[in-house]
Write a protein that binds this ligand. Structure first.
Ligand code: ATP
Ligand code: ATP
Ligand code: MG
Ligand code: MG
Length: 333
């Protein structure tokens, strides 16, 4: 086959290589999920099974693509962050995007029956409580779940943090709106158009007040997964006691080679912008093993404030590399 007279057509292939030493984010989003969620009768505004399925598919992506160091998801979308210095597919855009999208979609379809089983789970606890669980659904060929994808590069850690904050703020705004909207419809007896009219021009505090005074719902008691979205990442023992201040200093001590928090009034230090020197084969192999052993977890936490990142310096500050200190043992899954 090599050097056939047809070979020249290869020259038409135009690979786009993403800028070195930048954060690559691949975001996938469900195609036509508004319609799809109606077809499979997702509970409104939040179908727990559908969100768990998104999280399971994202966990599969993080486990199977070692260079993905963090993922954040809400509704029918998931953002996957690659280590800043990733050399996967020589950073070719098409290869990265298509691999993430197809790995995610394959897992979503494979895991569908586990999340939408033939025996429906007990009713969800939030505003959907009255609606009861939706009937179990097998996927049918006319409504197969598919996802689109795009890659965006962010040159600084501050830019990446702002991107993730943007998605989490979006989650908050949409969820507060949807929770109020569907409470007005399901419990308040309004039509969907009526609820829309009712909410026109309202701000967050109006919606909180409406939920509380008319329906006795304290929005802050809604599940974290709905209010904050979902984070998927490799967890190491340094963060075992999440809210313990001592633990934070342990995490810092465990990572002596890492720089201090990247964000100071939205700026980062110059040192974290400089590409890290390439690792030796042995170092690479060590890191591969540490990552493979690490537990991939799903958490619903605030990623806008610094705290989450300070506690887990290996996610962004070290470019996705696991903690270098041998004394930091890895949580076994
Ligand atoms: P597009 O193809 O342009 O992305 P879309 O119909 O998927 O169109 P989105 O803006 O992505 O539109 O919104 C996704 C929609 O899917 C939500 O508005 C909601 O109706 C539905 N949806 C997604 N996840 C859930 C869930 N867990 N529970 C209930 N509904 C959901
Ligand atoms: P990459 O991830 O870079 O694409 P690859 O292993 O998929 O790597 P390809 O160049 O795409 O490599 O080649 C596909 C390989 O898959 C073939 O060389 C062959 O070994 C195998 N293969 C594909 N289809 C078949 C098939 N129908 N029967 C047997 N082997 C197959
Ligand atoms: Mg969509
Ligand atoms: Mg969407």
């Amino acid at each position: 086959m090599a050097n056939s007279k047809y070979e020249y057509v290869r020259l038409f292939e135009q690979d786009q290589t993403l800028l070195p030493n930048t954060w690559i984010v691949v975001r996938v989003d469900g195609r036509g999920f508004h319609k799809l969620s109606n077809h499979y009768e997702f509970a409104k505004p939040n179908d727990r099974r559908a969100l768990d399925l998104m999280n399971a598919a994202a966990s599969h992506v993080v486990r199977s693509i070692a260079d993905v160091c963090f993922a954040y998801g809400v509704s029918d979308e998931y953002s996957f962050v690659f280590e800043r210095n990733t050399q996967m597919f020589e950073r070719r855009r098409d290869k990265l995007v298509s691999t993430v999208v197809s790995t995610f979609t394959a897992a979503y379809v494979l895991l569908w029956p586990q999340h939408f089983p033939s025996t429906p789970p007990s009713p969800p606890t939030s505003v959907n409580a009255d609606a009861g669980p939706a009937p179990a659904s097998h996927l049918d060929a006319s409504h197969l779940p598919t996802f689109d994808g795009r890659a965006v590069v962010y040159p600084t850690t501050a830019n990446l943090r702002d991107y993730l904050s943007w998605r989490q703020v979006d989650c908050h705004i949409n969820n507060l709106y949807n929770t109020t909207f569907w409470t007005l419809v399901l419990r308040g007896g309004l039509s969907q158009t009526g609820a829309e009219e009712h909410l026109k021009g309202t701000v967050s505090s109006d919606k909180n007040e409406m939920l509380f005074s008319r329906f006795g719902i304290n929005y802050n008691n809604e599940p974290d997964m709905y209010r904050k979205g979902s984070c998927v990442f490799r967890e190491y023992e340094t963060t075992a006691h999440d809210d313990d201040d001592k633990e934070r200093s342990n995490a810092a001590a465990a990572a002596p080679l890492m720089s201090q928090p990247a964000r100071d009034d939205n700026e980062e230090t110059r040192s974290s912008d400089v590409p890290e020197p390439p690792l030796s084969k042995t170092q690479q192999e060590k890191q591969r093993k540490a990552k493979a052993k690490a537990q991939v977890v799903v958490r619903h936490l605030d990623i806008i404030k610094d705290d989450f990142w300070n506690r887990r310096p290996w996610i962004l500050l070290s470019g996705g590399r696991p903690p270098p200190n041998k004394s930091v043992s890895v949580i076994q899954s």
